[in-house]
Design a protein around this ligand. Structure first.
Ligand SMILES: *Cc1c(COP(=O)(O)O)cnc(C)c1O
Length: 817
């Protein structure tokens, strides 16, 4: 007997269809025969939302009035993915929806796909925030996510005829917003610029201009928990939008000027995922959403109180800073406490430190945000003063602790010298109770390298919480066949809410029947993806080949160039008619990656991959052996289709550069094997699944450091390795640029002369790993067994586990209520 615990609402399919019909008429005056899939999607979403409304209200009240500390998640990004399928699952209405759609004459998949996914994030960091929101609600924890309602999300990627990336705006709201509730009554005013004066012993900020922050509330339903939390995204608007006087004087541009200025703040998501230089608008965005969020939290927990006791604020809410983007919140809370409520500095600082915790997401020094002091002082003069005092107090503390001057200068929040900057990661570290990295290795390197001096001064502040992914979206929704098989194997579907239960699959890895069924599931998923790819992208991968997938943002440290060089080496081998034995394993290599629009090297790599794909796919000698595809616009929806169909997952960043990675977890949980470096959470995945079920290769962190120290010379590897030489020579010869030898010159030069991320050094080990993989793939049942063990042993990579770790290591210790 299989025990089923998945939620199921009492609504029938007929009632669902009727509810959709009613909304179609009310909203657009159409019936189902005249309605488009987008309208059906909107009507169905509205129905689900309406059904959730009573629980949502109840959860909001419990949050505001309950005694449990609320988590305020502050994140500039939320990469949510489509809302309707997730809401249907959590509301227990999936079956009724499917049946209702057919009754209305629609394919349920077409209706689901009519939703334009909200791409309010760049990649891993934004997706992590979305997974945490899902887990907080599913674990029945009071939480509110704060962020920005960008008018345009992450750009839509298109490729031109030469295989180059260009970007189109992501107009995700053009068909209306089916999930966001505008909450005009909760609007907040956010001020900028101006001066600070001294009045009666107090500092008084006289801002030059301000905008209105209007929240849109998105429901975040929990799975089988009954809780619906809120994601509150702020939109920037003019306080009094339209200048009628100017309009009447025929100054039409001037009449809307204030509106345009204000709207710009929440107009667009910055498409970088690291190394964003100091841009004024970005600082405006950060302060805008953080200031609105802090004011909102105080309004929530001290509603209508004339003299609120803000010393209890950290008992009501603790803010988790998702990277440095919201760190200005530390100075803003100080400003509120000092200036608006008259607290003394010492008490204000104590409250502030108890209220904030900081998650660091990087090790790349260039990705640690810094703001030029001049820009900061102009935009936020009062905050600048406050940060100066925090810095001065911190320096005094270090002196008292006998830290030497050189070290103090290295640790200052505000740098010295000609063009001082404010180091936001340092402000976050000083102003928070806890600082965490996002995988064991990353947290260790944070403590030993990136924030070493801080760790020496505050050893107790640092902790680790390894990232996780939600099993609802990335297993149950994305991979229904595997989900059914797991449920059957375990005799219960309770694993969806408790992923540690997957360990019960372990004995089934030795059950021939189960292994065979797993192989069927994978084959069917591959066939599904082939059909989807045909329909959506116009290519048709052969499901009988190994699906070898590398999907993630395009960044040099992630080393897409290592993968494409290996593909070229294999291609070169094939056309040379050479060593046939390894080519016995036909492969389909699939890439997905967006490059930041200003990142020239990343864009050139995209162009190379597209052109390698063009040449290889057109060469009949590769038929049945090797094909390469690069569907444009990698996003959550693509991930949901592709990951369940993957055999081999590529996680090949240079060791010590990927903080954690989360796609590595998604793949392992969907029964793909990983070829990976000992980097980020790969290390923990390998420990869990066993070294024999993970294809590790390449230099480890210590070896990378050692090689750096002795002086890295990439050319030596080119000279030594004929496969590498063949691949690079082919690129340099113009084989992938219609004979033009200049197209990829910058890439080739970089590989041979610079190669910051040691692609050359790892190439040989990577090729050898691929040959071991070919060998392993030759025994499909053995491969499947390894894949099942990956699933069974990766339950701890659920974001539910991660949130529980945050609770015990970071959020709970401060609780006093
Ligand atoms: C999971 C995910 C990411 C993060 O991928 P990494 O390989 O861990 O960097 C980025 N983008 C999308 C669309 C994802 O689903």
């Amino acid at each position: 007997m299989t025990e089923l615990t998945e939620p199921r609402a009492s609504i029938s399919a007929a009632e669902f269809a009727e509810g959709v019909r009613k909304r179609l008429v009310q909203r657009w005056g159409v019936d189902e025969a005249a309605a488009s899939p987008v309208q059906i999607y909107q009507a169905a979403s509205q129905l689900v939302r309406d059904r959730m409304a009573p629980s949502w209200k109840c959860s909001n009240r419990r949050m505001a009035e309950g005694t449990t500390r609320t988590v305020g998640y502050l994140s500039a990004e939320y990469l949510l993915g489509r809302q309707l399928p997730n809401a249907l699952l959590d509301a227990g209405m999936t079956d009724q929806f499917n049946e209702a759609m057919r009754e209305l004459g629609f394919d349920p998949d077409d209706v689901i796909e009519a939703e334009h996914e909200p791409g309010l994030g760049n990649g891993g960091l934004g997706r992590l925030a979305a997974c945490f929101m899902d887990s907080l609600a599913s674990l029945d924890l009071p939480a509110i996510g704060y962020g920005i309602r960008y008018r345009y999300g992450i750009f839509e990627q298109v490729f031109d005829a030469n295989g180059r990336q260009s970007e189109k705006p992501d107009d995700w709201l053009s068909a209306g917003d089916a999930w966001g509730y505008r909450q005009t009554e909760r609007a907040q005013r956010v001020a900028f610029g101006g001066q600070v004066t001294e009045q009666g012993g107090h500092r008084v900020w006289h801002p030059a201009w301000s905008v209105q922050a209007v929240p849109y509330d998105y429901p975040i339903p929990g799975y089988a928990s009954g809780r619906i939390n809120t994601l509150r995204l702020w939109q920037s608007e003019a306080l009094d939008g339209f200048d009628l006087q100017r309009f009447n004087q025929s100054d039409y541009g001037g009449a809307v000027q204030a509106q345009v200025r204000a709207n710009t703040i929440s107009a667009i998501l910055y498409p970088e995922d690291s190394n964003t230089d100091g841009k004024r608008l970005r600082l405006e965005q950060q302060y805008f959403f953080v200031a609105a969020s802090l004011a909102d939290a105080i309004a929530t927990f001290y509603h209508g109180q004339a003299h609120p006791d803000l010393s209890a604020l950290p008992d009501h809410i603790c803010f988790q800073l998702n990277d440095t983007h919201p760190v200005i919140g530390i100075a803003e809370l100080m400003r509120i406490l000092l200036d608006d409520f008259g607290y003394e500095w010492a008490q204000a600082w104590e409250i502030t430190q108890r209220t904030f915790n900081y998650t660091c997401h990087t090790l790349l020094p260039e990705a640690l945000e810094e703001w030029p002091r001049s820009l900061f002082a102009e935009l936020l003069p009062r905050h600048m003063e406050i940060i100066e005092r925090i810095d001065a107090d911190f320096v005094r503390y270090l002196r008292d602790e006998q830290v030497d001057q050189e070290r103090i200068d290295a640790m200052r929040i505000i740098t010295r010298g000609e063009d001082p900057t404010i180091r936001m990661a340092y402000l976050a570290t000083v102003g928070s109770t806890k600082v965490n990295g996002v995988a064991q290795l990353h947290s260790r390197l944070l403590q030993e390298v990136t924030l070493r001096d801080f760790h020496t001064v505050y050893p107790g502040k640092f902790t680790n919480v390894t990232n996780g992914v939600t099993p609802r979206r990335f297993m149950r929704l994305a991979n229904p066949r595997l989900s059914d098989l797991i449920t059957e194997g375990l005799g219960t579907d309770s694993w969806v809410a408790d992923l540690s239960k997957l360990s019960g699959l372990e004995p089934l890895a030795d059950d021939d029947g189960f292994v065979a069924r797993f192989m069927h599931v994978k084959d069917d998923n591959k066939r599904d993806f082939a059909l989807y790819a045909q329909r959506r992208y116009g290519f048709s991968p052969d499901p009988s080949t190994m699906f070898d997938v590398m999907v993630k943002r395009l960044h040099e440290y992630k080393r897409q160039s290592l993968k494409i060089l290996a593909v070229i080496a294999d291609y070169s081998d094939i056309i040379a008619g050479g060593s046939d034995n390894h080519r016995a394993q036909p492969r389909t290599v699939i890439f997905g990656a967006k490059a930041a629009p200003g990142y020239a090297m990343a864009k050139l790599t995209i162009q190379l991959i597209n052109n390698v794909a063009r040449v290889i796919n057109a060469d009949p000698r590769t038929d049945g052996l090797l094909k390469v595809y690069f569907p444009a616009n990698y996003n959550i929806s693509m991930a949901e289709h592709l990951i369940p169909a993957t055999d081999l997952d590529e996680q090949i960043s240079q060791a010590g550069k990927e903080a954690s990675g989360t796609s590595n977890m998604k793949f392992a949980l969907n029964g793909a094997l990983t070829v990976g470096t000992l980097d980020g959470a790969n290390v923990e995945i390998r420990e869990k699944v066993g070294a024999e079920n993970f294809f590790a290769f390449g230099l480890n962190v210590d070896q990378v450091h050692a090689l750096d120290a002795e002086g890295y010379a990439p050319m030596a590897y080119y000279d030594k390795d004929a496969r590498l030489r063949a691949a690079i020579d082919m690129v340099a010869s113009g084989a992938f640029s219609h004979g033009d030898r200049d197209t990829y010159r910058k890439l080739v030069q970089d590989w041979l002369k610079h190669d910051q991320f040691m692609v050359m050094a790892d190439f040989g080990a990577y090729m050898d790993a691929q040959r071991r993989i070919d060998q392993a793939y030759r025994q499909p049942d053995q491969w499947a067994r390894k894949a099942i063990l990956n699933i069974a042993r990766c339950g701890s990579f659920s974001s539910d586990r991660a949130v529980e770790d945050y609770l015990t290591r970071i959020w709970m210790p401060g609780t006093r209520r």
